[in-house]
Design a protein around this ligand. Structure first.
Ligand code: AVI
Length: 321
């Protein structure tokens, strides 16, 4: 289904990113702009696709191992989730860990309030303290959880959507937010057969294609664009050198269009990257975490080793040879 073409007030940052990204010598539009309301709905649909293994594999791992995970922790933990906690995974963790408090952090206030209310209804005696903030930077947690040991939660392999440098910055910011002695439960997607990866990001029903092409509808609706969406197709390409699946929008003919009054031209086959999804080997994930000051306590993976849940702990600064 096509996105509706109602005019929505443009976010100045969206405008700036699209104009700069399309004008750059190597074009790219930051992935965060894929997730408007329609994009988020389509992503929800993606998580239920037969080809998209990460969500169900991670959920099954949590169901199977959250008891074991809880046995490695102390008591009275405050669970701090990086993201709004709208997924089915949060209740599984909360039921196993029985935390003293739950702190979901998200930049989108509406989304955060909705999911915090739903969780509060499911766990009426749990103290819930939603924090509206950008978790890419250190955040001051609510005073009510200051004394509690902290357990960060970052499921979904969302870390994979960041290039290594930014992923390390984020993991470091998480460590600063959670403080000394804290732990982190993080979901990371593994390297696997290219066909499985490419199918997961280019499904037979075309949902991921609609998700990617929705960006063009969004540009037309919010930035007064006149892009012929039919002139583009979705591509999911494994980049072995970078160990990632890349989503691109590829021109299927020479095409010209304007966005916010600025003209652009693309040639047949020219592609614009819209999202990276990095995949990690067993050692890669450890190295990434260690680069940000997290040591791995335990890793759980499925029989096919397609996905990992890692429990890490904040390492004190140490001298190294
Ligand atoms: C949100 N993120 C973890 C998804 C992923 O697998 O990288 C986004 C996605 N894009 C297309 N399909 C899924």
């Amino acid at each position: 289904m096509d996105a509706p073409t109602t005019l929505v007030a443009a976010d100045p940052a969206f405008r700036a990113d699209v104009l700069a990204g399309l004008a750059a010598p190597i074009r790219a539009v930051p992935a965060r702009w894929l997730y408007d309301r329609r994009g988020s709905e389509l992503f929800e649909e993606i998580t239920r696709l037969p080809e998209y293994y990460p969500t169900r594999t991670e959920k099954a791992l949590l169901e199977r191992y959250s008891g074991e995970l809880a046995s490695l922790l102390g008591t009275g933990e405050a669970v701090v989730e990086f993201g709004s906690g709208s997924s089915a995974k949060t209740p599984i963790l909360l039921r196993a860990v029985r935390p003293s408090a739950y702190v979901p952090i998200d930049i989108s206030g509406d989304f955060l309030r909705e999911s915090a209310e739903a969780l509060q209804a499911e766990f009426p005696s749990l103290a819930v303290y939603p924090v509206e903030a950008d978790f890419m930077r250190r955040i001051e947690l609510p005073a009510a959880v200051a004394a509690a040991p902290k357990l960060g939660f970052f499921p979904g392999s969302t870390i994979g959507n960041l290039v290594a440098r930014t992923a390390v910055d984020l993991l470091r910011a998480m460590k600063e937010t959670l403080g000394e002695g804290s732990r982190l439960v993080i979901g990371m997607d593994r390297i696997k057969d290219i066909e499985i990866l490419e199918r997961a990001y280019d499904d037979a029903a075309g949902v991921t294609a609609r998700f990617n092409l929705n960006l063009l509808h969004r540009i037309n609706a919010e930035l007064d664009g006149n892009i012929d969406v039919a002139a583009f197709r979705h591509r999911a390409i494994w980049n072995d050198e970078m160990s990632r699946i890349e989503m691109h929008l590829e021109a299927v003919r020479d095409v010209e269009f304007t966005v916010a009054g600025v003209g652009f031209a693309m040639m047949l086959s020219e592609t614009t990257p819209t999202e990276n999804s990095h995949k990690y080997g067993h050692r890669d994930s450890r190295l990434l975490l260690r680069a940000a000051g997290w040591g791995v306590v335990r890793e759980w993976t499925d029989e096919k080793q397609w996905f990992s849940i890692i429990l890490a702990e904040a390492e004190p600064p140490r001298f190294a040879p």
